[in-house]
Design a protein around this ligand. Structure first.
Ligand code: MG
Length: 447
């Protein structure tokens, strides 16, 4: 691989930034390519369901830079990142810079981050069951994952399960009916993405974007009984020995999170993920101190400083950063080091293409501790085919082997697979972006 390049790292320069949007891997993914003056290119990706504009606005600020000076470039552009999808431009470019640096020097990303703690990375998989279903149904779906070799499981467990169960939820009268009419996703897809259609429909958007403390939704004892029985049924199918995390519980107040968590204590959960918005560390601390279920958040947090606040508040037992939101590979390594010092476990959120996955795997290989990296595409048969030069499927028996090839560790993208899954709104493949070459503002953040 590296012998194909005749790179002179000191003289390497970024000459262009190109993008392509694909659907279904497992969500909308924006893949990114940095071109250089020496024929090598670096691949990156924006956070799932983000906007390509977050990367395009940075193009003029990195043109002509040497991509091997990763930290220098990130300090120049990190003011343009933020939580959740806003972190996508900075973080997505950062992994592309590492891909280039690795290719320029002929070493894998894990080596640039300090070296290798492990040669394979455990992947935990999400499991969804569509529509109305029982805990037994979910248990059967999870059992299939065990049969596929996965060693760590996660399922959704939200109040959407209660939407059609009378007497399980309370709310200001009429609110639940309005939610079902205007924003059924709010109940059924707790962690789902806001769609452009929802943003245009004000009432729908208002429901979706109301944070947990303000919804007025409560669980009744009957609702708690229902959810507890659901988990008991799941465990009766998969047993108690495999780690099982739960996600997307909400949007209810911290008091109901505590009531719910206490009901979950007998079921040996690996963690309870994002029960509250991460912006409330004090509420997280209260929840964590009120239950023995490990409490987890982090997929929408940008930069180490936000994790520092959370960890110092004693708010979490597990953090769950996403490499495409947190600031990239080096920032993820720093966050993992911080967690390591404070006795907080790390799992890595990942609902993206193999580009982001391999960046996460390379970084996880260089972290002292990692529980597992997330895998969200068990049901996407072409997912592994997006990249070349690595085993297919990429995930085997619940692990990804850490490749020794330069940069992110794969050879190239397979453009025929990309072209078969282009996003309908942005169907172009690596189209010209020169309209962004002159983008400018007074970037100094003080006067
Ligand atoms: Mg999640």
């Amino acid at each position: 691989m590296s012998e194909n390049y005749t790179s002179s790292p000191s003289n390497l320069k970024i000459t262009d930034l190109r993008l392509v949007d694909i659907d279904g891997a497992p969500k909308r993914c924006t893949l990114l390519k940095l071109l250089t003056n020496q024929g090598i290119c670096g691949y990156g990706e924006l956070r799932d369901a983000s906007s390509r504009t977050y990367a395009l606005m940075l193009k003029s600020r990195i043109l002509g830079e040497n991509p091997c000076q990763v930290d220098r470039i990130i300090h120049k552009i990190k003011q343009f990142g933020g939580p959740s999808r806003q972190g996508g431009g900075v973080s997505g470019l950062e992994i592309a810079l590492w891909d280039l640096a690795g290719k320029a020097y002929g070493v894998p990303l894990y080596q640039l981050l300090g070296g290798q703690y492990r040669q394979q990375v455990r992947m935990y998989c999400d499991t969804d069951v569509e529509g109305r279903h029982s805990g037994h149904d979910m248990g059967v779906a999870l059992k299939r994952r065990l049969d596929q070799g996965f060693t760590f499981l996660k399922m959704d467990l939200g109040i959407g399960l209660l939407a059609d169960e009378p007497g399980t939820l309370s709310a200001p009268l009429g609110l639940l009916e309005d939610m079902k009419t205007f924003a059924p996703q709010t109940l059924n897809v707790q962690g789902g993405s806001v769609t452009s259609d929802m943003v245009r429909r004000q009432q729908s958007y208002d429901f979706f974007s109301t944070a947990h403390p303000f919804t007025g939704l409560r669980l009744t004892e009957k609702g708690l009984d229902y959810l507890e029985n659901y988990v008991r049924e799941v465990r009766s199918v998969i047993g108690y020995e495999v780690p099982l995390a739960i996600d997307h519980f909400g949007h209810v107040c911290v008091e109901d999170c505590i009531r719910f968590a206490r009901r979950m204590e007998a079921y040996n959960l690996a963690w309870m993920e994002d029960p509250l918005p991460w912006i409330y560390p004090d509420q997280y601390a209260r929840l964590r101190q009120s239950t023995t279920v490990p409490i987890c958040t982090g997929e929408d947090m940008y930069l180490k400083e936000s994790f520092q606040t959370l960890i110092q508040a004693g708010a979490v037992s597990v953090i769950h950063p996403d490499i495409l939101t947190c600031g990239g590979a080096l920032e993820l390594k720093k966050i993992a080091d911080l967690a390591d010092e404070q006795g907080v476990a790390v799992a890595v959120h990942m609902a993206e293409s193999p580009v982001a996955c391999m960046a996460a795997v390379q970084t996880a290989a260089a972290m002292r501790h990692v529980l597992a990296v997330e895998f969200h595409s068990v049901e996407v048969p072409w997912w592994s085919d997006l990249i070349t030069g690595l085993p297919r499927p990429l995930v085997q028996n619940g692990y990804i082997q850490v490749p020794d090839k330069p940069g992110l560790g794969f050879d190239d993208l397979d453009e025929s697979v990309i072209c078969a899954h282009l996003n309908r709104q942005h169907p172009g493949l690596w189209e010209d972006t020169s309209a962004w070459d002159q983008e400018f503002s007074n970037d100094r953040i003080w006067s």
